[in-house]
Design a protein around this ligand. Structure first.
Ligand SMILES: [Zn+2]
Length: 635
């Protein structure tokens, strides 16, 4: 903005003089609360069926084209673009991705107005006599979704729907056009297909949004159970034919996994379940849960290079557990009738924490980990969660608010700020719950008994059963009576006094540190691309010497280091992983001095650390029964 002072100033001066003396001039404007203009969701029938037509063929420009025909009545209506995702538990969708929106009635263009307070809402007036509107738009953020060999179709980013109904009340008939030669996998029922066009059986918006399509040029489907009710298949989409062959041993393990799951959770909340596995040369990208399928981003070498996959071997287990723990049983404050109303995560330590726990346990019962490998995994997270100084100001009961404000936000001081600790801390917590159940029942009951009762009654058609903290305590009390609210609250609200390794200790194992890293620890370093000295001098560094993390209150922290600073030399020798390791190994005899580049200058930084390398592992506690072994034994 450019100001012309000679003109503006006299104008301003006269304006100031002309302000009448009154309340506003002295105290400022009064706030007027905006009236909500988006109709709230109501549980009532929707007249008609939305036709949804998605064109996923533009893999060059990576743009989806959408055409919807939405039944309407005359008058004011509001269309919503989903904002909240069940899997992220937060407002992770952005309407920035939607472009080119046009709305027509019988070929006549209708004007729409975006809601200024809820940008995912579009208001319009439907003229009298109109039975349906045609809605067209593009979804332009298809980079990871539309590729030459793989197409992923996230319906929640490709759909507008009328406000005022529960998603389960809105019937949708979807049609998808794929690039030629692609084979689709999905939990949706296919009505028919004609060349690249797939038509799905009409379903509810709720089910559609929870049933993505994964399609590709190189595909394989491996049945994991007998066909029929509760059948599970592994649906693989790869970048090349050679990656589609899964060794028999891996298939046998996943088959055992399904058997072990049923032994714990009982009847399935799905008629059929599809493990959608997308193999990528970029490594594992994590998973997304749904009730009747899951999206699993795995390394192209996942099934071949099993040794290297120690951190993602239980991903598939984790995501299937969610069919029960997350979809069939849902925390009351996480359940939402549409993807446009907020949810809260007070029970994410159950939704994610217990799922992570069962993923570890069931994968081991199925043989995907040896008990020793699993213990190394547990040592990794036991050490990480024990070293969380941030618990001093943020207990677990606040960490669960992560999705509402921290999604995709960088966190430079992870152990102090805390970020999504409810996964790993949840594993420690549920180990403690199992130990507590065993102790209170004199060794006759365990967490398996809790799961039998808490997840009982699942059927493919059973709606989600929501639960509260009180319901959870009641269910635990039925397995082994006691003050479960007090027990759990001490974990959830505990600060520095909380011993997060207590569950492991009661299972007969303690966290110790030695100077040799476990295979799991090395895998974790590789995945992060760092050398990890969190438990000695208190930093992790990339191969070029850039510090990725500094542990709060550690010797490196005391030396004034922070993430982003670059280590140039160690004790006068140019930086290298082995140079740094050798220096820390010998730190008891020879002080470590780092030459760093920080704030535009080089400086010598002595690290006040007397000791050697320290890596976590679990050690048996003599005389205590090994109930961890009992927990990990196949049922
Ligand atoms: Zn999860």
């Amino acid at each position: 903005m450019r100001l012309f002072r000679p003109l503006i100033l006299p104008l301003l001066a006269s304006a100031l003089l002309s302000v009448p003396v009154g309340a506003q001039a002295e105290t400022g404007p009064s706030y007027v609360q905006p009236t909500p203009a988006v109709p709230p969701p109501i549980d009532h029938a929707f007249a008609g069926t939305i036709e949804l037509d998605v064109d996923a063929t533009d893999i060059r420009r990576r743009i989806f084209s959408v055409h919807q025909r939405i039944p309407v009545a005359a008058g004011a209506i509001t269309l919503l673009y989903p904002r909240w995702e069940p899997a992220s538990h937060g407002p992770s969708l952005t309407v920035t991705d939607l472009a080119g929106l046009t709305i027509e009635a019988e070929g006549r263009r209708l004007a729409w107005r975006r809601d200024p307070y809820e940008p995912h809402a579009f208001h319009l007036d439907v003229p009298p006599g109109t039975k349906a509107i045609d809605v067209r738009f593009q979804m332009v953020a298809g980079d990871a979704l539309l590729t030459p060999d793989v197409v992923a179709v996230p319906w929640q980013r490709l759909t507008l729907y009328p406000a005022g109904w529960y998603a389960r009340n809105i019937p949708v008939s979807a049609r998808l056009t794929l690039p030629g030669g692609f084979r689709p996998f999905t939990a949706l029922n296919v009505r028919d297909s004609e060349g690249p066009i797939v038509r799905f059986e009409p379903t509810s918006l709720e089910i559609l949004l929870d049933a993505p399509v994964l399609a590709g040029r190189y595909t394989a489907q491996v049945p994991l159970t007998a066909p029929g009710p509760g059948a599970v298949s592994l649906d693989i989409v790869a970048l090349r034919t050679g990656d589609l062959t899964v060794p028999e041993a891996r298939i046998a393990e996943i088959k055992r996994l399904i058997v072990q799951m049923r032994a714990v959770f009982g009847a399935t909340p799905f008629a059929q379940y599809h493990i959608l596995a997308r193999l990528s040369d970029d490594g594992s990208s994590g998973g997304t849960e749904h009730r009747t399928s899951s999206e699993n981003g795995l390394a192209s070498s996942h099934f071949r290079d099993w040794q290297a996959e120690i951190l993602s071997r239980d991903l598939i287990a984790h995501e299937i557990v969610h069919a029960w723990n997350g979809f069939y049983r849902t925390p009351a404050d996480l359940w939402a009738p549409t993807p446009n109303v907020p949810v809260a995560g007070s029970l994410l330590w159950v939704y994610e924490g217990q799922t992570e726990f069962w993923g570890r346990v069931l994968a081991t019962r199925a043989g995907q980990f040896t008990p020793a490998e699993l213990r190394d995994r547990l040592a990794l997270e036991a050490a990480e969660i024990a070293a969380r100084p941030g618990r001093e100001w943020r207990p677990l009961s606040d960490d669960v608010n992560y999705p509402s404000f921290m999604l995709r936000q960088p966190v430079p001081w992870r152990d102090w700020q805390r970020r999504r600790d409810y996964y790993s801390e949840g594993v420690m917590l549920w180990l403690a719950v199992d130990a507590e159940l065993r102790e209170r029942s004199g060794g006759t009951r365990s967490i398996d008994d809790f799961a039998h009762s808490f997840f009982a009654g699942a059927t493919p058609d059973a709606p989600s059963r929501t639960y509260t903290f009180a319901d959870l305590c009641k269910a635990l009390n039925q397995v082994a009576p006691g003050d479960w609210a007090g027990f759990l609250r001490s974990w959830l609200d505990g600060h520095a006094e909380l011993d997060t390794t207590s569950g492991l200790v009661r299972h007969g194992w303690r966290l110790v540190f030695t100077d040799i890293p476990t295979a799991a620890f090395r895998a974790n370093e590789n995945e992060g691309g760092v050398v990890d000295l969190s438990y000695s001098i208190g930093l992790t560094a990339r191969s070029d010497g850039t510090i990725r993390a500094v542990s709060w209150d550690s010797p490196s922290f005391e030396a004034g280091l922070r993430p982003g600073v670059r280590i140039l030399a160690v004790n006068g020798t140019p930086y290298g992983r082995d140079v740094l390791l050798a220096a820390v190994r010998d730190a008891a005899n020879h002080p470590v001095v780092l030459t760093v580049e920080q704030d535009g200058e080089q400086r010598e930084t002595p690290i006040r650390y007397v000791g050697t390398l320290r890596y976590p592992r679990l050690d048996r506690i003599p005389g205590r029964p090994d109930t961890l072994a009992a927990l990990l034994t196949a049922r």
